[in-house]
Write a protein that binds this ligand. Structure first.
Ligand code: NAD
Ligand code: MG
Length: 380
């Protein structure tokens, strides 16, 4: 039996991870965490019987404790609870499927405890890639990407020598607003932004896909995961989400990974790497597919990608500011207290007033995150 823990088991990635576990029957889930949705967490506990469960929200943790009195399980809470699950002794792999910067500290804890990381939480590498990657190397742990684009590249690179990979080509669907211009974006609603054309995901990443901030975060993530400079990472729109990403080798050969849009594939690939397992679900049918098209991203309208390039060029703590400003702005947009285009305004303003700190420590990253949140609260 392979033993894992899942941070964020109640989310989109978390529930799909449990679906992979359910179908394979040779993975034991030792620990899981949730935030507010304890009725789902209780259901998951009754099916998968973890030894420890953490609920970030303290009141909800108490409610859950009362509801599962009949189960033999330890209920933990807060950041300490999350940290305790991340380092559970028998666990081999930690699936980091929480959303946001909350994922950084448990990921670092898990690496230090020698766990392999099945990494969905992209905010971790975006803000702390310079800490995470050397730390993983030091502790001999694998960072196995769950994000579909990075999993695709991981699958393409498999068997290739690093020096023979010339560049990586990240694909993007373009989101629900592809083809629109700034004037059109001033009128879009939250409901419009949450209608992703191809993927069903958590709300935050769905909005990030609409702004193209998601693709920007993925460029930063790719830079760290694959040790690539910015000029060797290209983004192309592939609106049908069939090609999940590609690599171009030094001889000009392009290798792509294709499949139907189903996150269970990258999740399962990360859990069993380098083995492949059968996966039920729809397969690509090239006879009915007919066409796969490409477009250049419109970086003047969808500023998310431009901000990410700027953040990489400034380096140091700037990606943390981009990420924190985006997190706060998206949360406000989800609460309908700002408009779609305000997300860009907030990111732009936060980035332009920030003076970069080179190679920030974990403490500095968390401080800069808080400062960014406080500034936004005082302004919007
Ligand atoms: P989601 O919103 O569906 O789920 C988030 C999970 O995090 C839930 O289990 C929730 O309980 C937990 N959580 C939220 N706030 C928390 C807090 N304050 N403390 C502790 N736990 C908290 O999100 P998702 O779509 O599953 O995405 C998770 C991560 O994976 C994100 O970083 C996202 O960018 C990344 N990702 C998601 C997808 C996808 O298809 N959904 C694809 C690629 C990458
Ligand atoms: Mg992705």
């Amino acid at each position: 039996m392979k033993k894992i823990v899942i941070l964020g088991s109640t989310g989109s990635i978390g529930t799909q991870t449990l679906d992979v576990v359910r179908h394979n029957k040779d993975i034991e889930v030792l620990g899981m965490t949730g935030n507010k949705n304890i009725s789902l967490l209780e259901k998951q506990m009754r099916e998968f019987r973890p030894k420890k469960v953490a609920v970030y929200d303290e009141t909800k943790a108490k409610e859950l404790k009362a509801a599962v009195k009949d189960l033999e399980v330890e209920i933990l809470t807060g950041m300490e609870g999350l940290m305790e699950i991340a380092v559970m002794e028998e666990a081999e792999t930690v699936v980091t499927a929480v959303v946001g910067m909350i994922g950084i500290r448990p990921t670092i804890g898990a690496i230090k405890a020698g766990k392999d990381i099945a990494l969905a939480n992209k905010e971790t590498l975006v803000t702390a890639g310079h800490i995470i990657m050397p730390l993983a190397k030091k502790h001999g742990v694998q960072i196995l990407p769950v994000d579909s684009e990075h999993s695709a590249i991981y699958q393409c690179i498999h068997g290739e020598k690093e020096k023979e990979v010339h560049k990586i080509i990240l694909t993007a669907s373009g989101g629900p607003f592809r083809g629109k211009k700034t004037a059109d974006l001033s009128k879009v609603t939250l409901e419009d932004a949450l209608k992703h054309p191809n993927w069903a995901m958590g709300q935050k990443i769905t909005v990030d896909s609409a702004t193209l901030v998601n693709k920007g975060l993925e460029v930063i993530e790719a830079k760290w995961l694959f040790h690539m400079d910015l000029d060797r990472i290209e983004v192309v729109l592939q609106p049908q989400s069939i090609i999940h990403s590609m690599i171009e080798c030094i001889d000009g050969s392009v290798i792509a990974q294709l499949g139907t849009p189903d996150m269970r594939l990258p999740i399962q690939y990360a859990l069993y790497y380098p083995e492949r397992r059968f996966l039920n679900g729809k397969r690509l049918d090239f006879k009915t597919l007919k066409q796969i098209t490409f477009e250049e991203p419109d970086m003047e309208t969808f500023l998310g990608l431009s901000y990410a390039y700027q953040a990489i060029e400034s380096g140091g703590s700037m990606p943390t500011v981009l990420n924190a400003a985006n997190e706060k702005a998206v949360s406000k947009f989800l609460h309908k207290s700002i408009d779609f285009l305000d997300i860009y305004k907030i990111i732009e303003e936060c980035m332009s007033r920030h003076s970069v700190c080179e190679a920030p420590t974990m403490e500095q990253i968390l401080e800069i995150e808080q400062e960014t949140y406080d500034y936004i609260e005082s302004r919007w």
